[in-house]
Design a protein around this ligand. Structure first.
Ligand code: NAD
Length: 306
């Protein structure tokens, strides 16, 4: 059983990106620009957005956070998107999910210019992924592929099961694994016999959002386990059910613990696994920076070719 250390992979990519960012600055004083739009004050979204802003600053990416209140209207969010669309200093736009419940997120995501759509939310970009001709990929599934590639784990021919079918993670993940020649089963809340399907998997990507949902009994010995889930545990009884006793001191000190969708006992059976924290999470923010730089470079080549 070996740990797939996302932090190490992320740091390596950040070093390479740093060189590219310096090159852009040296060539014509170009600074990649990212605008993140957040509506409402969901605590998890706030934490994600802060970590994105922090990394952007560290990497020398110009990042702007637009915070809108929970009571904002779809029209206000669209206006913010349009302002970023028409700003030449903004190369990448991210609308932080989830939006407040009264807003139809498709109405908003459809308005992001596909060439500034940093997490591939726009239908054009999702379509390009399905057709295997996209040049950038959604940050989280892209991060998963980076981890697999870094550790030389080729998905070709593997029986891969993706649990969770959100348009953010599960669906593009399934398409990307299929594009890399895995045989993919995409599972969801209405899947019949999920346990049986998981037990046949050589590679499991868990993106369900339920703590320790996939247990050791559901995992084939030697499988590759990629845990995308991030769940906050702050009750003592949940800690006892879901967390290894070795993390008790941290739980007590912080008052909570972040865990994934895969029960820790399953890791002992795995061939390889990503931990939470320190697995997919660091890649998600890093790929956001990487996609921002890629979109910036592409906007320059479009301007030059025009
Ligand atoms: P989501 O709520 O949009 O989707 C959850 C999916 O899980 C749905 O498709 C649903 O059908 C499926 N599901 C629910 N119950 C199920 C069950 N009993 N059996 C099988 N499938 C079931 O969530 P999301 O945005 O895709 O995120 C999933 C998890 O990944 C969350 O914990 C989220 O916080 C985490 N996440 C982590 C990162 C990261 O960087 N590590 C990035 C994005 C999301």
């Amino acid at each position: 059983m070996s740990v797939l250390d996302g932090k190490t992979v992320a740091e390596k990519i950040q070093v390479e990106l740093g060189t590219e960012i310096e090159k852009l600055k040296g060539e014509g004083g170009i600074v990649p620009g990212l605008t993140v739009i957040m509506a409402g004050d969901d605590p998890a979204s706030r934490a994600y957005v802060n970590s994105k802003s922090k990394l952007a600053e560290k990497m020398g990416i110009r990042s702007k956070l637009v915070k809108l209140p929970e009571t904002t209207t779809a029209e206000e969010v669209i206006q913010t998107v349009e302002a970023a669309n028409s700003d030449p200093l903004v190369h990448a736009i991210l609308v932080q999910m989830p939006l407040p419940r009264h807003i139809d997120h498709w109405k908003i995501l459809d308005r992001i210019l596909p060439e500034k759509d940093v997490d591939c939310f726009h239908p054009t970009n999702q379509g390009l992924i399905l057709q295997n001709r996209s040049r950038i990929f959604p940050c989280t599934p892209c991060g998963v592929m980076k981890i697999l590639d870094h550790y030389g784990l080729d998905p070709a021919g593997l029986n891969a099961v993706v649990a969770g079918r959100s348009f953010l993670v599960g669906k593009p993940m399934a398409a990307m694994l299929s594009n890399r020649n895995a045989t993919v089963t995409l599972c969801h809340s209405r899947t019949v016999n999920l346990e049986g399907i998981l037990r046949e998997a050589d590679l499991i990507v868990a993106a369900v959002g339920k703590p320790a949902f996939i247990t050791a009994e559901m995992v084939k010995p030697g499988a590759i386990l990629i845990d995308v889930g991030i769940n906050r545990i702050d009750k003592e009884e949940d800690f006892a059910n879901f967390c290894p006793p070795s993390r008790y001191e941290v739980f007590k000190k912080k008052g909570y613990l972040l865990i994934g969708d895969i029960h820790f006992q399953a890791f002992a059976k795995a061939g390889h696994y990503t931990p939470v924290p320190g697995g997919v999470g660091p890649l998600t923010v890093t790929m956001l920076m990487s996609n921002t730089v890629e979109l910036c470079k592409r906007s320059i080549s479009v301007t030059r070719d025009a």
